[in-house]
Design a protein around this ligand. Structure first.
Ligand code: CA
Length: 236
């Protein structure tokens, strides 16, 4: 079951959220202080963060930016909770990297619907994740963030790791460059689509040192993990 992290300094609201989310079947982690957010995110690996805008010490907006700039955390959906309803605040929240925005006082059914939508958006790649995925002789361990090919440890950069994780979760599925960008870099940062090719090339080089090339390039379409390589044009 997905864990939702509640970042809220007003205890009454935090308790209300905790109660309703647990009733809806989620696990919850509550944090009241902005400076505890990062360490708690790293420890509890939430599937989604409900982030209050007005926090003592550090604002929700600042936290949102910090989370989005952390390569390991930036794909976690963030819904900003705020008493501010003006359009310009909404825009600055979204441009700081929030995925969605709910104005206080909010209705619980509406909030639950927003949570579901945001979880569904990332579910294929980032929630309900298994500890280990294998494809042929490739083993990817999601908790340790390690990749092996047979007995060999493959050293990958964080971006290459996330690309492989996306591919190995859904082998044979073809991901377009845009889908790779969205899954690996998130919506909030502009990355040149060609950058995907650069990281795929690095990933391929690292993996192929110890076995056949299972990354299939489908020209002008995208990439997949596939062991039926005969008819395509995977060489680059
Ligand atoms: Ca507050």
């Amino acid at each position: 079951m997905a864990t939702i992290m509640i970042v809220e300094d007003e205890q009454a609201i935090a308790l209300l959220l905790k109660y309703n989310l647990e009733k809806a079947g989620y696990e919850t982690v509550c944090v009241a202080q902005g400076n505890k957010v990062l360490s708690t995110v790293e420890k509890s690996a939430p599937s989604l963060i409900l982030l209050d805008w007005m926090l003592p010490e550090i604002s929700g907006l600042e936290l949102c930016k910090i989370i989005r700039n952390n390569p390991d955390l930036k794909n976690i959906p963030i819904i900003m909770l705020t008493a501010k309803g003006q359009e310009e605040d909404k825009i600055s929240g979204l441009s700081a990297g929030a995925d969605d925005y709910v104005t206080k006082p909010f209705s619980i059914p509406e909030l639950l619907a927003r949570i579901q939508t945001n979880l569904r958006r990332v579910s294929s790649a980032f929630s309900n994740i298994k500890k280990e995925y294998t494809f042929k002789d490739i083993v990817l361990k999601t908790v340790e963030k390690k990749v092996f090919r047979g007995e060999n440890y493959i050293q990958l950069g964080p971006t290459e790791f996330r690309i492989l994780q996306m591919l190995i979760i859904s082998p044979y599925q073809v991901f377009s460059r845009d889908e790779v960008l969205k899954n690996v870099w998130g919506n909030s940062i502009y990355v040149e689509p060609r950058t995907v090719d650069v990281h795929i090339r690095r990933l391929r080089k690292a993996l192929n040192e110890f076995g056949p090339d299972y990354i299939r390039t489908i020209r002008s379409t995208g990439y997949s993990l596939d062991d039926h390589m005969a008819e395509d044009d995977s060489a680059e």
